[in-house]
Design a binder for this molecule. Sequence first.
Ligand SMILES: [Zn+2]
Length: 170
Amino acid sequence: MDKAPTKKKQLLFPSYAPPSKWRSPDQDKWLKSRTWRNLRQKILLRDDFTCVYCGFRAEKWQIVDHIDGDPENHSPFNLQVICQMCNLVKHSGMGCVIEGVVDLFKKADYPQEEIIKITRKMRTSGSSDAEIMVLLGLKEKVPFVQDRTYLKPLFAFVTSRPRKSGKPIF
Ligand SMILES: [Zn+2]
């Protein structure tokens, strides 16, 4: 597992994991297991701690994500590194409803990956959410609906509001 499998450039858009695959006590146990921790570390090293969507690299807080949304499919080909912000977009049910930090819009002047990159850059240099949203051209805010067809063409903005879970966003 020293090389990342060759894969097509993946596009990021708001989605959610099927409710049947939401975290169960068994999965919590698995996430704490040595097998998962070792596999997770291998994937982080394989992908050089770099988010597959926005290219953000960080040795802390990155997420090893199941590409097909099935948290029980642990094939290395089904695992990828994503950052906290892209994770909140991909799992926008969590981002919008559970964590309360993601807003959805019908219109934007940039593709989703760029929205993430620009947000991170501007926030790091001190811009407010309002300033970032103006630059991104985010317009026509709409609510989260658990419907993939509805969500796919929308643009997600990760706000600077604190997450309900208290976890940091990077
Ligand atoms: Zn990312």
